[in-house]
Design a protein around this ligand. Structure first.
Ligand SMILES: [Zn+2]
Length: 164
């Protein structure tokens, strides 16, 4: 049986999580709590439930002012980056989705500085991302190699003295 309090708690602390993931987590937590109650796990610490983490997150930076021209600030800790990585958000126990939700950003918001976003957009438009597949890259590398080999061969042929 799934505990409602647990469900609400998980929903509150992970607002960006999908229903499926929420249920999975509740199930895990419920099982953990059952194990604690039944003495399978004696120490609360080993159950993996972090009860010290509160739901009220105080943002250090106003999300509306966090994305600057050259830097983007992490709203949670206030550090500046040219882009906010998943790894950094994970340090605060946030997924990208949860962070966007926390800051009230649109789902499509790019967590990079404005300059970098503009740069990337330009690069993407130029580089045709649909051609950036591993197969395509492999083919390109192969062709480049073939080309350079051909050029080298041509040079060698030109440089070597021709016999009469
Ligand atoms: Zn941070």
């Amino acid at each position: 049986m799934i505990n409602d309090t647990l469900l609400l708690g998980v929903m509150a602390s992970h607002p960006g999580m999908s229903a499926e993931d929420t249920l999975a987590m509740v199930k895990t937590l419920a099982e953990g709590s059952y194990r604690i109650q039944s003495g399978i796990i004696n120490s609360k610490g080993s159950a993996g439930v972090d009860s010290s983490k509160k739901d009220d997150v105080v943002l250090k930076v106003n999300p509306k002012k966090a994305i600057g021209k050259d830097k983007i600030k992490c709203c949670v800790c206030g550090k500046e980056f040219s882009m906010l990585t998943k790894a950094h958000l994970a340090e605060h126990n946030y997924t990208r989705e949860a962070y966007l939700n926390l800051c009230g950003y649109d789902k499509k918001t790019k967590l990079v500085s404005k300059n970098l976003a503009a740069e990337r957009k330009a690069t993407t438009e130029k580089s045709k991302p649909w051609e950036q597949t591993p197969q395509w890259k492999k083919k390109q590398a192969k062709e480049a190699l073939a080309k350079s080999t051909a050029e080298t061969t041509a040079e060698v042929v030109q440089e070597s003295p021709s016999l009469p």
